[in-house]
Write a protein that binds this ligand. Structure first.
Ligand SMILES: Cc1cc2nc3c(=O)[nH]c(=O)nc-3n(C[C@H](O)[C@H](O)[C@H](O)COP(=O)(O)OP(=O)(O)OC[C@H]3O[C@@H](n4cnc5c(N)ncnc54)[C@H](O)[C@@H]3O)c2cc1C
Length: 422
């Protein structure tokens, strides 16, 4: 029986950045909240990303220019995109939707939908970070995009237009100004664009762990189990089904990142969720580092100064959830990073290098799935945040708390409905 005060027992499936933010916002509303996590909290995609909280990240992946570049990238072994050809038949329907999502009109609509979700990221994260005593892990120094030619800046014209149209303010720099701003950068870069509103964390895992510790100290619980379905009583949720038995709940939220698809299918929602695998390579005690996160716009990777070293993160590999990592993809980042920062040594002892691969949870239109499930008014989705899941997590958590609490969400979530793919 649900308590008369509207407070519920809520199960949040998945303890990545999205699940932990959702659990934290739900707990602040007074609900009794438990996380269900199959692995280690914070060790999914949220572990090894570039750590950027970029409110300016409104540009979908399937931009018209990107789609034109795909054939060239696939032929370039150092390119930012790779496809395991054996995976092509599986991913083909997703790719068709991806290409269709990349028309100028559609990307404008996607950007408009994303801005209210990502724009207030730092504002929505701050209360959680302050309560958790994690301020030292969050920085607001901006995000720098660098270009090797006027031509490559020109290719990004639509992306910058979309950001401007959505209220993102930018500062542009020529080669000399760029040198003053970031002396560590190669002189090959001739143009830079700085977005001052953006922030980053110097340790994504530690940030999640601190938020989780605070959640647990405040009465939250975590169950180590793999969720595989839901027991419904009519349309009302009775329990979350896991490999360790049933967990009673009045409401549930699916935040299982790239692994959310079967849980949505169990609720009658067929969403084209895929994974865009990404890599990072880190150098401990680097000889040089940029001051702020810096994106090489041509190479499509980001260099982020972290507590534990310098992290190069990026690239997209389409190969599904099961294939083993192709560590050459991470090594490419080292080659590119050395070109970006010539002060780095030409070789590093292996003990100072670490590599990682993670699964971005991606829908073809670069929008997440947030909202109510088809089968039950008590089960909600919050997954599929693709390249911007760290950034979008704090607002997603707030929206989830609104939905569970029966309040209209602070922003329009109709573009994020699971049913948009029907
Ligand atoms: C190389 C790279 C760089 C990136 N850089 C950035 C960036 O700078 N900024 C940004 O905003 N985003 C970035 N991203 C994207 C971001 O990392 C992801 O969008 C985000 O981490 C997704 O968070 P999540 O909580 O949805 O998923 P995850 O972090 O993957 O968490 C999902 C959790 O659910 C658990 N789980 C799965 N299935 C079940 C189940 N059945 N039962 C119980 N638990 C389950 C998993 O074990 C996992 O812990 C990057 C991604 C990559 C790969």
């Amino acid at each position: 029986m649900m308590p008369a005060n509207g407070l519920k027992r809520v199960g949040v499936i998945g303890a990545g950045m999205v699940g932990v933010c959702a659990a934290s916002w739900l707990q602040r509303d007074g609900h009794s909240v438990f996380l269900v996590e199959a692995g280690e909290p914070g060790h999914g995609a949220s572990f090894g990303n570039a750590g950027c909280f970029n409110g300016s990240s409104v540009t979908p992946v399937a931009m018209p220019g990107v789609i034109r570049n795909v054939p060239l990238w696939l032929l370039d072994p150092l390119g930012p995109l790779s496809l395991r050809w054996s995976y092509l038949p599986t991913i083909a329907p997703w790719l068709v939707r991806f290409v269709r999502a990349g028309t100028p009109d559609k990307v404008r609509a996607q950007a408009r939908a994303l801005r209210p979700l990502v724009g207030p990221t730092l504002e929505a994260l701050k209360p959680l970070v302050s309560a958790a005593g994690a301020e030292d892990l969050l920085h607001r120094l901006g995000h720098l995009y660098v270009y090797r030619s006027e031509e490559s800046l020109g290719k990004d014209r639509l992306a910058w237009e979309l950001r401007r149209e959505n209220g993102v303010e930018i500062d542009e720099f020529d080669a000399d100004e760029l040198r003053q701003l970031e002396p560590a950068l190669s002189r090959d870069y001739v143009r830079g664009v700085l977005v001052r509103e953006n922030g980053h964390t110097s340790n994504p895992l530690k940030l999640i762990e601190r938020l989780l510790e605070h959640f647990l100290r405040s009465g939250g619980e975590i169950t180590h189990a793999r969720a595989h379905g839901f027991r419904l009583d009519g349309r009302r949720l009775a329990a979350i089904q896991t490999d360790s038995g049933e967990l009673r709940a009045d409401a549930a939220v699916v935040c299982a990142g790239a692994y959310s698809k079967p849980l949505a299918v169990a609720l009658g929602d067929r969403v084209p969720l895929e994974t865009e695998r990404g890599y990072h390579l880190m150098i401990r005690d680097p000889e040089t580092t940029p001051r702020i996160p810096t994106a090489d716009a041509d190479g499509r990777f980001v260099a982020t100064p972290m507590d534990t070293g310098l992290r190069f993160a990026g690239t997209v590999e389409l190969a599904g959830l099961a294939a083993p990592p192709d560590w050459r993809r991470a090594r490419i980042l080292l080659e590119q990073g050395r070109k970006m920062l010539p002060g780095l040594a030409a070789s590093h002892p292996e003990e100072r290098i670490s590599v990682w691969m993670g699964h971005r949870p991606s829908l073809p239109d670069s929008l997440p799935v947030i909202g109510r499930s088809r089968a039950s008014p008590d089960v909600f989705y919050a997954f599929g945040h693709g390249h911007v899941g760290m950034t979008a997590a704090p607002m997603t958590g707030k929206i989830v708390a609104d939905l569970v609490g029966g309040r209209p969400p602070a922003i329009d979530i109709t573009p994020f409905a699971a049913g948009r793919f029907d």
